[in-house]
Ligand binder design. Sequence first.
Ligand code: S3P
Length: 168
Amino acid sequence: MENIVLIGFMGCGKTTIGREIASLGGRFLLDTDQIIEQNMGKSIKEIFQSVGESGFRRIESQLILWLGANVKNAVIATGGGMAVYNDISYLGKVFWLDVRFDSILERLDSIQRDKRPLFHNIPQAKQLYNERKKIYEKKAQYRVNGSASIAEIARQIVEYMERESNGL
Ligand code: S3P
């Protein structure tokens, strides 16, 4: 089975939707931030502090190569910058969870924002959101309205994959 790859801005729900898709069966969830944290034995915030954003991006690029060579039948929740700085098309079918910036702000409390170095400054995060929107759109094969319910989004994605595999 081809991988499902979830992309989109920080806080758009990639991990939550990935978990829901995995719960429907057949696929395990791989969360790229969690894999990196586990391998480095540090949080994303600490990795940014020790090797900077460029160091973090290098780790992400290595992880993509590894995932591409080794992983099938998964749902992959990517960190928000992964699709921006890398070619992710060969990892699987790419879905963009499109959520308005205001809704993201409502979802992320200060603890959640603090874990994300690029979300510490809200006006800067908003600017980044506006710059990245077109990139996500270009990189995704499918745009999903990320404001729908978790169950609805997961259902749409799984149905899309089923239609594709049946050649419809
Ligand atoms: C980032 C998004 C984060 C994490 C890192 C950088 C980004 O992941 O990879 O803080 O550049 O958008 P989430 O999208 O899961 O928050």
